[in-house]
Design a protein around this ligand. Structure first.
Ligand SMILES: *[C@@H]1O[C@H](CO)[C@@H](O)[C@H](O)[C@H]1NC(C)=O
Ligand SMILES: *[C@@H]1O[C@H](CO)[C@@H](O)[C@H](O)[C@H]1NC(C)=O
Ligand SMILES: *[C@@H]1O[C@H](CO)[C@@H](O)[C@H](O)[C@H]1NC(C)=O
Ligand SMILES: *[C@@H]1O[C@H](CO)[C@@H](O)[C@H](O)[C@H]1NC(C)=O
Ligand SMILES: *[C@@H]1O[C@H](CO)[C@@H](O)[C@H](O)[C@H]1NC(C)=O
Ligand SMILES: *[C@@H]1O[C@H](CO)[C@@H](O)[C@H](O)[C@H]1NC(C)=O
Ligand SMILES: *[C@@H]1O[C@H](CO)[C@@H](O)[C@H](O)[C@H]1NC(C)=O
Ligand SMILES: *[C@@H]1O[C@H](CO)[C@@H](O)[C@H](O)[C@H]1NC(C)=O
Ligand SMILES: *[C@@H]1O[C@H](CO)[C@@H](O)[C@H](O)[C@H]1NC(C)=O
Length: 508
């Protein structure tokens, strides 16, 4: 900040001086013309001008040198945080005390590990990561710890997979999601923990995903890519006030956890060519809140999951009691907030409110397929704003992507009791697309207070098939024939003509 303002001042000074100089020489020229001064006088004037120019030049160089000196001094002080780091645990450590060097090149894995080992030995503590670029391979957290990322501190994930730990597949996925067998663990990892906080003054965890995405595209990887932060089988987890960017794979993955708060985070990856870089994937989690956050990524912003096909059914751990509020999401590849497609352990009691999805492909989407089993029930979406999205609300029941051929095709998921209210928007091509099927009908959906401006055409803008439910009060666009119509007082106005009339147009 300081430097930037210095630089701009300097720049504008320079500009105004050059301008002044131009004016002066022009008026001088004018005078010589008018009064026809002698040649010596002419030269004399120019000598003064030249001296002036030199003085100005030296002054400029002096100012420039001083800022350069400042910069060097600043560099020496680089590791002193501009904002004092609060003491959040009785025992506090600084990463540098373990020999870490924040130059972006030195590998600091041993320093992270030694510091966390000390915290574990002391029964808990806070690890401060000062300003700098702290390159590291994956490391594990411990219980009762706070990882604090100072302003301008960056934890950089090493992008050579030989440094990444391989782990057994997640039990509810059976496979490594992309490849059979083991998978890479996450950059920052934790298992069987209690009371872990990752926070800071908007410091950054950067996964340097570019190398991973490229290798994935070129099929050079043998194992599923690792997430940026993955916490498994743990309770009382808080991730707040930081930025997470360029994850190799999903960004934040709480797996089979209880009591998780993710608040005031910024999650960024490129919008395209950053495959599977979901923002947050609550997976078989209970009591989880995501709020006050900005997510702009190359896949789903948030995707609530609970395991994959026969493995997820066998593991049987649902995602439930999840609240998502005051989130802005952007996804040009998938959706702002998704449920599924891996939902085989069940997903219930989810509330999504005060969500804004902008310049995206889809706003909210429930996705599943035959073979998943499980259920998606008791889901509330309210006060959702769609700003320039292609498809607003989507339910899709043929998301046929399976771990292997061992899935049970007769394991049919149940989709029931989904409610949408306070849906606003503009520039939306297809506001609603609900495709149930004969084997996976969508039951008991409710629409209330939906008013969405469309961008394209008037046909096929409220698409339905195999859906049962109701509309309460007036909505725009007007609903498909499949839904019962009630007035604002809750009196039935018009009975649905059919629940399976198909108005499907995938191209719209
Ligand atoms: C982290 O802990 C898990 C579980 O104990 C282990 O499998 C993994 O190898 C550890 N990772 C690192 C980088 O030490
Ligand atoms: C959100 O985080 C930023 C730093 O990233 C901080 O300045 C701000 O105070 C936080 N907001 C709240 C409400 O805590
Ligand atoms: C935190 O940093 C990110 C990335 O630099 C930035 O986009 C965001 O606005 C910052 N958040 C706050 C609250 O300053
Ligand atoms: C919503 O989240 C943003 C950060 O994305 C924050 O600045 C704002 O204060 C939050 N609003 C409410 C009502 O909490
Ligand atoms: C549903 O989830 C909310 C959190 O969003 C929780 O407060 C509530 O108790 C849950 N309801 C049930 C029936 O568990
Ligand atoms: C609805 O959500 C938007 C953010 O998308 C928020 O600004 C607004 O205050 C919310 N309205 C209500 C009534 O909560
Ligand atoms: C859905 O909510 C109803 C009523 O609160 C409750 O009886 C039912 O158990 C919930 N379903 C699930 C799967 O949580
Ligand atoms: C439907 O879901 C809502 C929201 O989760 C819940 O309050 C209600 O009890 C559910 N109703 C039934 C019949 O499951
Ligand atoms: C259908 O959903 C509405 C709204 O969520 C809920 O109030 C009602 O109890 C549900 N009815 C059935 C039969 O599930």
């Amino acid at each position: 900040m300081h430097h930037e303002s210095l630089k701009t001042n300097h720049h504008s000074n320079h500009q105004s001086m050059t301008l002044k100089h131009k004016h002066q020489s022009m008026s001088d020229h004018h005078k010589t013309h008018d009064y026809k001064r002698s040649v010596t006088q002419f030269i004399f004037t120019h000598q003064i001008l030249l001296t002036l120019l030199w003085t100005v030049g030296f002054l400029l160089i002096f100012i420039w040198q001083r800022s350069a000196v400042d910069r060097v001094l600043e560099y020496r002080r680089w590791a002193i945080p501009s904002r004092p780091i609060p003491k959040l645990r009785p025992f506090v450590l600084d990463l540098r005390d373990f020999g870490a060097v924040g130059d972006g090149f030195t590998l600091n894995t041993a320093s992270f590990e030694a510091a966390i080992k000390e915290i574990k030995r002391r029964g808990g503590g806070q690890l401060n990561v000062p300003p700098g670029n702290w390159l590291t391979a994956p490391f594990n957290l411990t219980s009762h710890m706070t990882l604090f990322l100072a302003h301008n501190s960056v934890i950089l994930g090493v992008d050579d997979e030989k440094y990444w730990t391989l782990m057994p597949p997640l039990p509810s996925y059976g496979y490594g999601r992309e490849y059979p067998g083991p998978r890479y663990g996450s950059l920052i990892h934790g298992q069987n923990l209690n009371d872990v906080v990752i926070t800071g003054h908007n410091g950054t965890i950067n996964g340097q995903g570019q190398t991973w995405w490229k290798k994935h595209r070129e099929k050079l990887l043998k194992h599923t890519r690792g997430p940026l932060v993955q916490i498994m089988w743990s309770s009382n987890i808080k991730i707040t006030d930081i930025t997470l960017r360029d994850s190799p794979f999903w960004t934040v993955h709480p797996y089979d956890c209880k009591n998780v708060i993710i608040r005031n985070v910024t999650i960024l990856t490129p919008l395209s060519d950053a495959p599977n870089t979901d923002g947050i994937d609550p997976d078989s989690c209970e009591n989880l809140v995501i709020e006050d956050s900005y997510i702009s990524v190359g896949d789903d912003g948030i995707a609530i999951k609970s395991g994959w096909d026969q493995y997820g059914i066998a593991y049987g751990q649902p995602s439930t009691n999840i609240l998502i509020r005051n989130v802005t999401a952007r996804s040009t590849v998938s959706a702002g907030v998704s449920i599924g497609s891996e939902m085989s352990g069940g997903v219930s009691n989810i509330t999504v409110e005060n969500l804004l999805v902008w310049n995206s492909k889809r706003a909210v989407r429930i996705k599943t397929a035959p073979g998943r089993g499980g259920y998606v029930k008791n889901i509330t979406f309210r006060n959702i704003t769609l700003d320039n999205v292609r498809v607003g609300i989507v339910i899709k029941t043929d998301y046929n992507e399976h771990a292997d051929e061992g899935y049970d095709r007769n394991a049919l998921p149940v989709i029931d009791n989904i409610s949408f209210s306070g849906i606003r928007g503009q520039g939306v091509r297809v506001p609603v697309r609900i495709y149930g099927s004969r084997e996976i009908p969508v039951s008991n959906v409710t629409f209330k207070d939906l008013l969405v401006g469309i961008s394209y055409k008037k046909k096929h803008i409220f698409q339905c098939s195999f859906v049962q439910g109701r509309v309460i009060g007036k909505i725009f666009p007007s609903p498909c024939e499949n839904l019962d119509i009630y007035d604002d007082e809750g009196r039935l106005v018009k009975q649905a003509t059919s629940d399976n009339s198909v108005d499907a147009d995938y191209d719209a």
